[in-house]
Structures are given as C-alpha cells and as structure tokens.
Design a protein around this ligand. Structure first.
Ligand code: ATP
Ligand code: MG
Length: 409
C-alpha cells in the first residue's frame, strides 16, 4: 500500500463517517462570496485557520482567511476591490464594505531560508494544498472548509482536538518551535484564549525552548504579547504569563505586586475583557499603564518627600519606571505617551475646582484616565466619594454638571 496516500484516504473516510458540523450561519457572506468567485474561476479555495476553529467552538470568528491555489496576481485580477500586501509573504486583501478578507496562496514550509538583499527572509514559496496544511502551526488551526460544497478537510485531527480542547503542534514540536519560536507564545496564547490544555508532547517542549524567544525581532514579539492582553482573555493570559515566567522576562513589575495592586491589575484586566466582549476597543497604552502602575505609584509617593509639588514627584516616577522597563522590554513610544498621560491625569481627579474640572474633562485622554481612576477606586486605592462625584459628573448632562460643581463651591 502506498503510505503517502494515507492522509488522503484517511480524509475521505473521515468525511464519510463524520459529516461536518460547521455552522454556516457564522460565516460571513463576504467570505463565502470570495470562495465562490475563486472556485468559479477554476481555482481551489477554502476558509482556513482560526475562523473554522472558532466556528467549531461556536464563537463568531473575528475575521476570515482564505487559502487558494491562485497566485496573488491572479486573485487580484478577479476582485475589483482588492490589493496585494506584504513583503515577506504576498497576500491579497479583498475588501467588501468594511470587511477585509485575507486571501493567501498555498505555500510550503520554509525549508531553506534565503536571505534577500534587504535582509528579509525569503520563504514565499508556493506549494500544494497538502504542503500548505502541513506548514500550519497547530492541528486546530489546520482545518480547511469549503462552504460551497460543505466539505471540511481535516488532515491532522484538528476537529477532534478542538472538541477535546487540545492545542497540539503539527509535526515534531521541538523542530517546529525551533523553525519559528513565536509558536511558543502562540501555543500559550491559544490555551489562554480558548481555555484549552496544551497536548503533552507539545507541552514538554515549551519550557526547554523558551530561550529561543530571544531570537525573535522585538516588533513581532511585541505584537504577539499585545494579542494576549487585547483579545478578551487578559486574565487567563496574565496567569499563563506568570506560570511560564514570561512576566519575569518582559514585565517583571507584575511579579512583585502586593495584594492591593494585584486586585487593581486583575480588576483592570476583567474590565478590558468585558470591553472586548462588548465590541469595544482597548488601547495598548491603557494595558501597560495598568501593568506598571504599582511601580509608578510607589515611587511617586516616595518622591513626594523630595519634591515641592506632588506632580513633579509623579513626573520623576514616570520617567524612572519607563526607563527601567525600556531596558528590559521596550514599549513603543506612541504607547509610552498614552501611558504617561493616563498617569499624569490621575492627580487632577483630586481637584474639583470648576476650571480644573472642565479642563480635565476636555482632555483628549480623559476617558482612559477616568476608567483607570474608577478601577483604582473600585480596588480601594482612590477616594470613593471623589470617584462617585466624577461618575455623576460624567454620566449626566451640562445643566446637572453645573449643579454638581456649584454644590462643591
Ligand atoms: P486569531 O484568532 O488569534 O487571529 P488565528 O489562528 O486566525 O487566530 P492568525 O495569526 O490570524 O491566527 O493566523 C492565521 C493562520 O495562519 C493560523 O490559524 C495558522 O494556520 C497560520 N499561522 C499563523 N502564524 C503561524 C506560524 N507562526 N506558524 C505556522 N502557521 C501559522
Ligand atoms: Mg486570524
């Protein structure tokens, strides 16, 4: 018997025995339309990756990726509203109103990495569908679904792993982590996000491979770390960060939280998760301002003996804490600005004079600083009467605001 034909045979038997349980209602019209048009042009096309995994878990996917044997230029020709993006990998974004469908051409795993003139690794080698499936990271991310013919292709048992809630690397875990160490963080992230266990063969390679993370460019690492905390599973993520010593590596302040600040951090993370569940946005600056707040606060209070004004003591604390963090794991400048503003505005919630109140209220960073202050108050770190006053002020109209101010007078 030809052993190479086994995955294909297994796939066919599997399809007969297990008809798909994909809920097509969770697939966007735009994604179905892209698959349909590619197929009408005689190309293969499937919805792949996270979207199918999320549908099996009954979560509405946040976006849709499509894999096809059409080359980017060929995809571009089919869709009027599309553009080719990417330097390392060419992809096509097909735009449908406000939705962007990402279409990628089947690729092989990067076997030989060729350095191009600009230093970028060339691993944009087109391949067959089987190769494309094999290069994916986890079995749960290697499900290919054809929504027109209602066919699910599951070469590595991803559907079973979704149901058994297992994050399992495809292939030899040691090799796959070495090939791309970002997968270490992805394994932990999916286990936090989907509340899944990591399969033992993958798990035993995680701690010994952690050192490989040092080879990843900072910007890629930074983006991946943000996803832990900005995608609605921040509480789980922090627990996993602690368990795998990622806090020590990137955010050591989080390892030394006292009980009161720990309460503050978890309350803030729950608040962020709630916002995501309500389709609201979280800014990375907000998350980092929460993470480093204990250090800033403690140094601020210590500084107050040295400085004539509390705001000067706070400014110095901010500068020192940021500089310390930047030596460990630098935070991008645009986020640093937001964080510093959230912190600096804290002191201004203490002053209820009319002029100061309105000036603070109209500050562009007011909303984030206000949310931050409310969480401080809820966790017992800020005067409850003051925060209650602000809550009333924010939640009412102009006339009632004037009355609130006059009451203070
Ligand atoms: P999320 O919900 O976080 O977006 P996702 O699975 O869609 O999850 P993406 O980062 O959007 O994750 O990647 C899309 C797909 O590309 C993945 O499902 C996976 O099949 C593949 N992929 C992404 N990163 C890697 C990687 N480092 N190695 C191998 N395959 C990867
Ligand atoms: Mg995705």
């Amino acid at each position: 018997m030809n052993l190479n034909a086994l995955p294909c045979l297994f796939r066919k038997i599997n399809q007969l025995v297990n008809p798909t349980r994909i809920n097509d209602h969770l697939i966007s019209e735009a994604a179905i339309n892209v698959v349909s048009q590619l197929q009408s042009n005689n190309y293969e096309a499937y919805i792949v990756g996270g979207a199918i995994r999320d549908i099996l878990l009954n979560y509405p996917p946040k976006d849709f990726d499509i894999a096809t044997n059409a080359k980017p230029e060929e995809v571009r020709k089919i869709f009027k509203h599309s553009r080719i993006i990417g330097r390392r990998f060419k992809l096509v974004h097909v735009i449908n109103k406000r939705e962007v469908i990402e279409v990628s051409t089947f690729r092989t795993a990067p076997l030989e990495k060729i350095h191009m003139k600009n230093g970028i690794l060339k691993d944009n080698e087109y391949g067959s569908m089987d190769e494309d499936i094999k290069r994916r990271d986890f079995t749960i991310n290697a499900l290919y679904y054809d929504p027109i013919n209602k066919k699910l292709i599951d070469t590595y048992g991803g559907e079973g792993d979704v149901r058994n809630r297992k994050v399992r690397l495809i292939g030899d875990p040691q090799k796959r982590f070495k090939e791309d160490p970002i997968r270490l963080l992805r394994a932990l992230r999916f286990s936090a996000k989907l509340d899944m266990k990591i399969h033992h063969e993958t798990l035993i390679q995680i701690k010994p491979s952690m050192k490989l993370l040092e080879t990843i460019p900072h910007s890629r690492l930074f983006d991946e770390i943000l996803k832990f905390f900005l995608s609605g599973h921040a509480r789980n993520s922090l627990q996993i960060f602690k368990e795998y010593n990622l806090t020590k590596k990137y955010l050591p302040s989080l390892d030394n939280l006292n009980a009161s600040f720990e309460k503050f951090v978890y309350m803030a993370l729950d608040n962020c998760d709630q916002r995501i569940a309500n389709n609201k946005h979280i800014s990375p600056g907000f998350i980092f301002s929460v993470f480093l707040w204990q250090d800033v606060f403690q140094l601020w209070k210590k500084n107050e003996i040295k400085y004539p004004h509390s705001s000067l003591a706070l400014n110095d604390a901010i500068e020192k804490v940021i500089s310390k963090q930047n030596k460990i794991f630098p935070i991008q400048k645009r986020f640093l600005i937001a964080m510093s503003e959230i912190w600096r505005l804290q002191i201004r919630f203490e002053n209820l004079s009319q002029k100061k109140v309105y000036r603070l209220f109209s500050h562009p960073r007011f909303r984030a600083a206000y949310d931050f202050m409310l969480i401080r108050s809820e966790s017992g770190q800020f005067n409850k009467n003051l925060s209650e006053w602000w809550r009333k002020f924010v939640e009412t109209d102009d006339v009632a605001r004037k009355k609130l101010i006059n009451k203070i007078k």
